[in-house]
Write a protein that binds this ligand. Structure first.
Ligand code: GRF
Length: 217
């Protein structure tokens, strides 16, 4: 069974979606550890309630980013994960950390990247008047909210939307596509090769097609 370590900073609804998919048997993976950069992240309780070991590493107690990243990597490696999953982890990770986990570090971002990297994506989408918004799962590269795209889900932006309504519509899709992407990885169908996403899909004739990228949903 593939081993996942999930990094969070807050509420942990994406973590909860992964835990339920694993419990339901629709995700052939086990969350073996949850790490947070703040001890009061509500998602830590979700993890504990599911019997998953947790650790909080307060980034403010470290001299610099490098020192925090090193301690974080040690904590992660203690769980021996196959895949490291960023799920609302609000710290920028340094180049050395990102390279250490190249090809096995993924993130979910609440916009259709490359539009709206960074914070307040729903507010900015409304301010720009875009008609379509959504979320993206991608492999992590040193550049913030950037990296080879694995899967995206799009939602309409309605005239009646406020930030909360739009965020809720996007979040429902996040909870769908994150388990989906991780399932592909667990099934050995998804990998990063020379900076590109390779996703193998089984054809009706039983052959295997290697597509550079699949945008599902
Ligand atoms: C999600 O919108 C995710 O895309 C972003 O941070 C939020 C985390 O939400 N990176 P949750 O903690 O998973 O509920």
């Amino acid at each position: 069974m593939m081993r996942l370590v999930v990094l969070i900073s807050g509420r942990g609804s994406n973590l909860a979606a992964l835990l339920s998919a694993a419990a339901a048997g629709t995700l052939p993976a086990r969350v073996v550890g949850v790490l947070a950069n703040c001890a009061d992240a509500p998602g830590l309780e979700t993890a504990s309630a599911a019997g998953v070991p947790t650790r909080a590493l307060d980034h403010r107690l470290f001299a610099d980013r490098e020192a925090f990243d090193t301690a974080l990597a040690e904590a992660i490696d203690g769980f021996a994960p196959d895949l490291v999953v960023l799920a609302g982890f609000m710290r920028i990770l340094g180049d050395r950390f990102v390279r250490r986990y190249a090809g096995r570090l993924i993130n979910i971002h609440p916009s259709l990247l490359p539009a709206f990297p960074g914070l307040h994506t729903h507010r900015r989408a409304l301010a720009e008047g875009v008609r379509v918004h959504g979320c993206t799962v991608h492999f992590v590269t040193p550049e913030l909210d950037h990296g080879p795209i694995i899967v995206q889900a799009a939602v309409p932006v309605l005239d009646t939307d406020d930030e909360a309504a739009l965020a809720a519509r996007v979040l429902a899709q996040e909870h769908r596509i994150y388990p989906l992407a991780i399932r592909w990885f667990a099934d050995g169908r998804l990998r990063l090769c020379d900076g590109r996403v390779l996703l193998a899909s089984v054809q009706s004739d039983g052959g295997v097609l290697i597509a550079p990228q699949l945008v599902a949903v």
